[in-house]
Design a protein around this ligand. Structure first.
Ligand code: 1CP
Length: 355
């Protein structure tokens, strides 16, 4: 395996000394980049990008060719797993992801089985192809959705603003939701381990909708399953640790619980003060975040002020991976994303090394 030329991201996740604070951006390859839109048009569709290792490699590298980011993230989607479980993922133009066969009746739920990894071969092939193309430039992040976040899409049949079907199930038929979560958990463990085998050097679990739950429901229906995943993952590959990042959007109130499940790093959305988060859990885990993605709509000078505020709030020393608090908007100006990366690299040097 090629030696990593920039391992700052991996060192920060393990709280080892770094020279500056590393940065990557959630959804860094995506519609805000004109080159992404061009490749997507050539591929014909979003799934056309995901299922072709060549296209997936091309779009993964696009943001890295523009900005000096410190990590690459596999180009794919969390919904490939339920698709492989037979739910029939499709994208209706302008409507976002949908499932042909959402889980609404008991018989369909009882028949649900963990995903066959053979159906996800295109993802592992993409990981291997991206690793090769990166040639050690920066580490590659693999990812999956959390069992609960996947279940939201599987039961609702697509995106939702109230989660009424999945919440009705949670409160009236919890055993059915647990059955889905069990199948998802087994799928995610196998899926992330296969990504690690194919070359992923860190993994992130996206729990985008865990924050929509009560604290009690969060612990029972989201966190407990993520804990099992973390316990089931390969934590070393090629003689190096494979750090695990857990990101629950809206999870700021529950940081102590999240930091206790055994992950190396906890992702924060922008509603939490990162300095206070560090005081609460910084001895246990590294922190990732937490720039408000919509602050990228402001002018570069304001972006730089906000970067300075977050870096000062985290304070001296390692254990911080800079990121957005959620995915970058499709309407963001790429030049502003560039200003963000530049400001993080420039302003963070003062927080590392000999003072
Ligand atoms: O080109 C297009 O029209 C598709 C837009 C798009 C993209 C660029 C989708 C559909 N998925 C992706 C890529 C993607 N999705 C990545 C890799 C890109 C990168 O980070 O560079 C990742 C990590 C995801 C993860 C993902 N998909 C999450 C978790 C993270 C988050 O943003 O909260 C979720 C919830 C999804 C579901 C999904 N896929 C796509 C959309 C538009 C959505 C959201 C649907 C909704 O709830 O309305």
């Amino acid at each position: 395996m090629t030696q990593l030329k920039n391992d700052t991201f991996l060192r920060a996740l393990l709280k080892e000394p770094v020279e500056y604070t590393p940065i990557w951006m959630m959804r860094q390859a995506g519609r805000y980049l004109p080159e992404y839109r061009a490749t997507r048009a050539r591929a014909g569709s979003f799934m056309g990008l995901c299922t072709s290792p060549d296209y997936a490699t091309e779009v993964t590298l696009q943001p890295l060719d523009r900005f000096p980011l410190d990590a690459a993230i596999l180009f794919s989607d969390i919904l490939t797993v339920p698709d492989a479980m037979g739910l029939g993922l499709y994208f209706a133009e302008g409507e976002g992801p949908k499932f042909q066969r959402p889980l609404r009746d008991e018989a369909a739920i009882r028949a649900l089985a963990p995903a066959d990894m053979g159906k996800l071969r295109y993802v592992f092939d993409a990981v291997a192809s991206i690793r090769k193309a990166l040639d050690g430039r920066v580490p590659l992040i693999g990812f999956s959705g959390s069992p609960f976040t996947l279940a939201c899409y599987m039961v609702e049949g697509g995106g939702s603003d109230d989660f009424r079907h999945v919440k009705a199930m949670l409160y009236s038929r919890p055993e059915l939701l647990h059955h889905i979560l069990e199948a998802n958990t087994q799928s995610v463990i196998a899926y992330l381990n296969a990504q690690i085998d194919a070359g992923a050097q860190a993994v992130q679990i996206f729990d985008t909708w865990g924050g929509a739950l009560s604290h009690a429901a969060y612990r029972e229906f989201s966190l407990a399953y993520m804990q099992r995943i973390v316990a089931g993952l390969k934590r070393e590959a090629d003689g190096r640790k494979v750090p695990v990042i857990v990101f629950t959007k809206g999870g700021g109130q529950w940081l102590e619980d999240i930091a206790a499940i055994g992950a190396d790093c906890v992702g924060l959305d922008w509603t939490t003060d990162i300095g206070q988060a560090r005081a609460r859990v910084g001895a246990k885990v590294a922190l990732q975040g937490n720039f408000d993605p919509n602050a990228l709509f402001a002018e570069p000078a304001a972006i730089e002020r906000e970067v300075a505020r977050i870096l000062a709030s985290y304070g001296q020393g390692s254990g911080h991976v800079f990121n957005l608090g959620h995915g970058i908007s499709q309407f963001a100006d790429p030049a502003h994303a560039g200003a963000l990366v530049d400001a993080v690299h420039r302003l963070s040097r003062g927080y590392h090394g000999a003072a």
